[in-house]
Unconditional design. Sequence first.
Length: 132
Amino acid sequence: LFYGDYIKSNSKDIFKLNDFLFTYNKKVLNMDEKLINRCYYIGRTIGEYCRGDETKAEDKDTLYELRSCTNLGQFLQFLDRATFKIENLSIQLDFLKQIDSKNWQDVKSLISIFAHQAFFRNNKIETAKEVN
């Protein structure tokens, strides 16, 4: 709740955090830029779904399920369930092929961070980067 209130009141800081995450993961962890962009899209889509709207109630359980994945198999199962639950979530085969036992935790962390931001983000805040 505390983090969520901060995100709502300091929208410019979200963009700085996103810039840091994109730069750090690309330059330090040598993560492929397309993979980072896909994590951003997937996380944002999950977070917006979980936030709910006038027609659908909030769904924090999906965020908790993502957070609780402790191995690659659980993470892939989560992504599978999420694509059925979240109508506009599309996970490409090339994205799945980039996830392995060495990087899955970094991928999960990015998706979790972006999902958390989108969940708490005020609807009036525009996204920092649009994924093609």
